[in-house]
Ligand binder design. Structure first.
Ligand code: NAD
Length: 298
């Protein structure tokens, strides 16, 4: 399985596609924006006019797209992957998608003689660049075994979870933990800032203790350096928490803290901040405590 199609060349998809080229796979790429495609063509990938055309040229098709609606359109739309793929093609949705949507698309794929896995990732842009993503996979284990090596070119931990959609259930758990962790860091650092203490000193004092976390290491320096350039967009995390709540309600589970943090994110979206980094959640706490989290000069 050497011919791979890759659809969605954004913050995550672009470096993941680069790693597949480096691993010597024969890649066909597609994105709605030509400027996202051009750098990959220069590295040796081929282009295509639609997801349908990508599928016609590939044995395996990977999608890395921003929302449920876009994933549905790219796979099941009139110019989508399902209409161009040959029977036996393996489709891997690596986006963070709703498990309900994945099951629905999987049923359509199977009807057309196609195979489908969900394989969302964790680790953000830095790990997408160095090929050390954590990848969690749902679907038929035989299909997983056939494409495992492809995933290993993009990730250092590739874990088979269970049946189709289960990769995304685990990814939603990941996103709940990340969102609540960002909220906890934001709440604590706006409190210490209001008390007049330099946030960088707070970070250095507590990062090695029990409160320290990968989220704290990645996001707290961004907060006090006022860097809200997106590694992960607020809007993308809103989508994840909505998917988590939708599924929780379907299975009668309750996510009280997630629903609260989702509302804080929506409050920032209402201010037009949906495309800042999700670490920008601190701005909600700054607003309610009338404080700015900023490193002291000197
Ligand atoms: P992004 O918005 O940077 O990239 C999405 C890409 O899809 C863009 O290049 C866009 O032009 C393209 N696109 C949009 N509509 C399209 C269509 N109809 N056909 C083809 N291409 C289309 O998003 P991202 O941050 O790369 O996230 C992608 C997925 O990965 C999301 O599901 C997200 O939840 C997940 N994810 C993101 C991160 C992160 O830190 N950014 C981490 C883990 C998982």
């Amino acid at each position: 399985m050497n011919k791979i199609g890759f659809i969605g060349l954004g913050i995550m998809g672009s470096p993941m596609a680069v790693n597949l080229i480096k691993a010597k796979y024969d890649l066909t790429v597609y994105d709605v924006f030509k400027e996202k495609v051009d750098p990959l063509l220069k590295m040796g990938a081929s282009g295509a006019a639609s997801p349908k055309e990508v599928a016609a040229k590939s044995e395996v098709v990977i999608t890395m797209l921003p929302s449920n609606e876009v994933v549905r359109e790219a796979l099941a739309g009139a110019e989508g992957v399902f209409s161009g793929a040959k029977p036996g093609t393996i489709i891997i949705d690596m986006s963070s998608s709703s498990p309900t949507l994945i099951k629905e698309l999987h049923a359509q794929a199977v009807e057309k003689g196609l195979c489908m896995l969900d394989a969302p990732v964790s680790g953000g842009e830095p790990k997408a660049i160095d090929g050390s993503l954590a990848i969690m996979v749902g679907g038929a284990i035989e299909d997983f075994e056939r494409i495992k090596e492809i995933l290993q070119a993009m990730g250092s931990t590739v874990t088979y979870i269970d049946s189709i959609g289960s990769g995304n259930v685990v990814k939603l758990a990941n996103q709940i933990i990340v969102a609540l962790n960002i909220a906890a860091v934001s709440e604590a650092i706006s409190f210490t800032s209001k008390a007049g203490i330099d946030p960088e000193v707070v970070y250095q004092a507590i990062r090695g203790g029990l409160a320290g976390s990968t989220v704290m290491d990645a996001k707290l320096p961004m907060m006090y350096n006022r860097n809200f350039n997106p590694g992960a967009r607020m809007m993308v995390h809103i989508k994840d928490l909505r998917n988590a709540l939708e599924m929780a309600h379907e299975i009668s589970a309750s996510l009280p803290l997630s629903s609260q943090v989702l509302e804080y994110m929506y409050s920032l979206k209402a201010e037009g901040k949906e495309n800042i980094d999700h670490g920008g959640l601190v701005q909600y706490y700054e607003k309610i405590s009338h404080v700015v989290v900023q490193k002291k000069k000197g």
